[in-house]
Design a protein around this ligand. Structure first.
Ligand code: AKG
Ligand code: FE2
Length: 578
């Protein structure tokens, strides 16, 4: 049996989804194998849940009322009409994210033979193709069906041969014989065309022609030959789920069948096959480095009951290449009016995130956005009986890091209030977790750590934003304050909370990680801990003996704190993404 088909419904019904995926995967025969086995209904793993179909079905792929068509850029003789070509590329990259190129220099013979070679590979006997079937990440040449088979909600009606063509030159012998020579030839042709396009795109951004090439955008590419067998129930599945591409640029060669659609003004627009043309689209990484000037547009390939359909996608990216280069918005494109939209990322981090997520219809770029919020009145905490009110208002643009700093500062105040803990024990003038000499300029309550002396209402955790918090130290401190014995035994409830905060502080100490942590998560941390500290104190009023060390370390806390304190959460967050 090749797969758990709806056709063989007994198997389909009795196996859970994971088992069905495994059976399909282990057949190593792909969707073509299912079709060869004669399925007349698609297996359940391919069926798109109805709730997802409705969201995906902006239109049936008919032309819209605007009769919009994908722009066509003529690359013939561009030396004599370069400014026009640059303007056309700019318009298409900014407005649509997709265009077709004609007179691009790749001979028609090469394109036809590439499509034919791809088809021949996918129509090889199962056993021959199975030798190439793998999900191993490090393989340069691999055949598989659905790279995100185990991550996505529903599998696509598509098989793919995936070939990493550069920057490390691929040994042609790694390629299947039936498509070896033509893949090498086509690869060289698209590499050259890629350079021409990156030059035009650089100029379209107002940069020198070699700018994007200097950023290694054309340094490597991957060729994916997609094979979409005819589907018995095309309305229930997809050839390729809605996605944007995880690369700088994609060049797509499609055969005459059609099925590619792009999302434009909330409509699905067909990209009809045009003889001799290649489809070009901006990828996520180019949208990121162009700081949203160019658009990486969502597209999909619908399943059809005719076919097979073959498409050859060339992704310009550095796959499997150990590049340490970080990609963020190009500095020349930034200004006060155009602040960076994205944080920097390495390609490997981007791809790892993209692949881990799978094609779920959502853009991976969101994850790499700098979080900028306008936050008003972040929150207010009243500690009753103490009239201890803390209110923070931030009326400026803040990112996740800044919010984290504010958030943990407030947390530390709460901890001091709830447990009467001192920021730290002055040891020979050294502050255990404040490596910078202990002067903390942003400690808002005036509580400066200076030379090991604690003055004012010092904050337990403030110093830790420098990234050197020692959760163990905090633990010892709690024990010491309670006159509890040393390091043995399980962590108490309070200790766990402190340890948790310790790790949050470590995150905050690393700005990159703090940004990754996202603004919204910090809000939740604060919410969690406020209730934590409130309830800890309320449930166990005797547990903190802050008064015993208050005099000792020069910390004088208001006496009322001792037993009557309650922390009430009054959080009012009004935030909108800018
Ligand atoms: O086959 C197609 O038309 C589109 C394929 C695609 O979008 C991709 O491989 O990323
Ligand atoms: Fe794509």
């Amino acid at each position: 049996m090749v797969g758990a088909g709806a056709g063989d419904s007994v198997a389909g019904d009795s196996m859970d989804r994971l088992q069905q995926l495994k059976v399909f995967d282990e057949s190593k025969a792909g969707v073509k194998g299912l079709v060869d086995s004669g399925v007349t209904r698609i297996p359940p793993i391919f069926v798109i849940p109805p709730e997802d179909i409705s969201g995906d079905e902006t239109s049936s792929g008919e032309l819209t009322q605007t009769q919009f068509t994908i722009p066509v850029v003529d690359l013939g003789d561009i030396s004599s009409r370069r400014p026009d070509a640059v303007a056309e590329v700019r318009q298409a990259a900014e407005m649509v994210g997709f265009f077709q190129v004609v007179n691009h220099g790749i001979p028609g013979r090469v394109m036809e033979m590439m499509l034919e070679g791809a088809r021949k590979f996918h129509e090889l006997p199962r056993e021959v193709k199975a030798e190439y079937y793998t999900r191993e990440l490090t393989k340069n040449v691999k055949f598989m069906s659905n790279f995100d088979l185990y991550e996505s909600k529903s599998a696509n009606w598509r098989d793919t041969l995936f070939c990493v063509m550069g920057p490390e030159p691929l040994d042609p012998h790694d390629l299947p014989f039936v498509c070896r020579d033509i893949t090498m030839e086509y690869s060289e042709e698209v590499r050259k065309l890629g350079i021409t396009l990156f030059e035009l795109l650089s100029e379209a951004l107002g940069l020198k022609p070699d700018h994007l090439i200097g950023m290694d955008c054309a340094k490597g590419h991957v060729i994916l030959t997609n094979y979409y067998p005819p589907c018995p129930e095309p309305e229930l599945t997809m050839g390729t789920t809605k996605h944007s591409d995880p690369d700088f640029l994609t060049l797509l060669l499609q055969d005459h069948i059609g099925g590619l659609q792009i999302q434009y003004q909330n409509q699905w627009i067909d990209v009809p096959p045009a003889p001799g043309a290649l489809v070009v689209n901006i990828g996520d990484l180019l949208q990121l480095i162009s700081n949203d000037r160019f658009k990486s547009v969502e597209h999909r390939a619908v399943a059809k009951n005719v076919g097979p359909r073959v498409s050859i996608a060339c992704f310009f990216t550095l796959h499997l290449y150990q590049s340490t280069m970080l990609y963020g918005p190009i500095k020349e494109l930034l200004s006060e009016d155009q602040p960076p939209v994205y944080k920097e990322t390495s390609i490997i981090d981007f791809i790892t995130y993209y692949d881990g997520k799978g094609l779920d219809g959502k853009s991976a770029l969101t994850h790499f956005k700098l979080q900028r919020f306008h936050a008003e009145r972040i929150f207010k905490v009243d500690v009753e009986d103490l009239a201890y009110t803390m209110e923070v208002e931030v009326n400026e643009k803040i990112d996740a890091y800044t919010f984290g700093v504010v958030a943990l500062d407030i947390l530390s105040d709460l901890v001091v209030a709830a447990y009467g803990l001192l920021p730290c024990r002055p040891v020979g003038g050294l502050l255990p977790f404040s490596p910078g000499g202990g002067l903390l300029p942003w400690c808002p309550g005036g509580g400066l750590f200076t030379g090991g002396f604690i003055g004012g209402a010092g904050r337990l955790f403030t110093g830790a934003a420098s990234g050197v918090v020692d959760a163990l130290f905090i633990r010892q401190k709690i024990r010491r304050n309670r006159n509890e014995p040393g390091e043995s035994g399980a962590l108490s409830h309070d200790e766990k909370k402190f340890t948790k905060i310790g790790s949050l502080l470590k995150i905050l100490g690393d700005k990159g990680k703090a940004l990754e942590f996202e603004w919204a998560k910090w809000v939740n941390v604060i919410k969690d801990h406020i209730s934590d500290f409130g309830s800890a104190r309320t449930c166990d009023p005797e547990s903190s003996n802050w008064t015993s060390f208050a005099g000792t370390f020069g910390y004088s806390a208001p006496g009322e704190l001792a037993y009557t304190m309650e922390v009430h959460e009054k959080i009012n967050i009004i935030a909108r993404e800018l």
